[in-house]
Write a protein that binds this ligand. Structure first.
Ligand code: NAP
Length: 295
């Protein structure tokens, strides 16, 4: 397929490379051009504008947040203005339910299709084509972009015909991961203050009661205090908790733990931790317990 790819960040770079490896023709655009040049050396065609990346069958975006997706999609010379009628926009960013609804309507007005395809998995999974794709949209468009999902992920789950529902599922998943990070941070602070080795402790937990990827990945990062470089920055973690709370408010669903987590992220950001991995909110439990940070 001829695929445009926009957004070569921690996640997008690996995804675009895997589209190339699967034999697709990829035309890539990134706001900072150096990342495009690096991908061009691996076989991509460099696009110097968003419009240049919108001339194929499909354009996939993997941008940071609502503002970025809104600018790139709805702005002048953006995806809606540039994609031909019948074209498909696969949007893999973690964005709000409200924006997903607006994008669905804007693409429909332009005779195009909008697929929401947020993903579970960190940059290592993106690089290894092991993402889980959470997809929603019109069945014909989903069928047409199945080769894209096959190239970037290990499994695709279709949620419904309404694109926003995939975003809601994704946000609910990140909300749950954030609760795991917070509770792991508290439990590790408890045993660590008593002199138990945190790495051994996480091994015990994840080999017995909590044998699941979220506990293994984040337990290891927290026990080893490995928060840099960020696989998923705390600023993005705050964004996702905020978006989950927004969606919950629209649906009148209280999320008391979400409110707590929002404040945890704000505390981390207020203390200069915005670019640390989001699992660094676990350091707040240590601080509360009077555990001195390691030098
Ligand atoms: P990232 O490394 O910060 O990359 C963000 C990308 O968005 C970069 O290409 C950046 O361009 C671009 N961008 C930001 N603002 C822009 C703007 N105003 N106009 C145009 N381009 C803009 O983020 P990431 O970790 O790849 O995450 C991307 C998305 O995937 C986010 O929605 C995130 O929540 C989601 N996600 C992340 C993970 C993870 O573990 N990292 C996992 C699943 C989902 P520049 O290079 O010019 O800055």
């Amino acid at each position: 397929m001829h695929i445009g790819f926009i957004g070569l960040g921690n996640m997008g770079n690996g995804m675009a490379l895997n589209l190339l490896k699967a034999g697709h023709s990829v035309t890539a655009y990134n706001r900072s051009p150096a990342k495009v040049d690096a991908l061009a050396q691996r076989g991509a065609t460099a696009a110097r504008t968003v419009a240049d990346a919108c001339r194929g069958d499909v354009v996939q975006t993997m941008l940071a947040d609502d503002d970025a997706v809104e600018q790139v999609t709805l702005g002048p010379g953006g995806v809606v203005a540039s994609l031909p009628p019948g074209g498909i926009h696969v949007s893999s960013s973690t964005i709000s339910v409200a924006l997903a609804r607006r994008l669905t309507a804007a693409h429909a007005d332009a005779g195009q299709s909008y697929i929401a395809a947020p993903v579970f998995g960190r940059p290592e999974a993106a690089a290894a084509a092991k993402l889980f794709v959470i997809a929603a949209g019109a069945p014909a468009a989903l069928d047409a972009v199945a080769p894209v999902f096959d190239a970037i992920g290990q499994r695709t789950f279709v949620v419904s015909e309404q694109p926003y529902s995939a975003n809601l599922v994704k946000l609910s998943g990140n909300f749950l991961i954030a609760t795991v990070i917070e509770s792991l941070g508290e439990a590790i602070a408890l045993v660590e203050k008593a002199g138990v080795d945190p790495v051994n402790y996480v091994d015990i937990l994840t080999s017995t009661l909590f044998n699941a990827p979220a506990y293994k990945t984040y337990g290891d990062l927290i026990a080893r205090k490995s928060f840099e470089p960020a696989g998923f920055a705390a600023t993005l973690g705050l964004k996702d908790v905020r978006l989950a709370l927004q969606a919950a408010e629209e649906l009148t669903v209280p999320l008391p733990l979400g409110s707590l987590l929002r404040d945890r992220f704000l505390t981390l950001l207020a203390n200069g931790g915005g670019q640390l991995d989001w699992s660094a909110i676990a350091t707040l439990a240590e601080r509360d317990a009077g555990i001195r940070p390691a030098d």
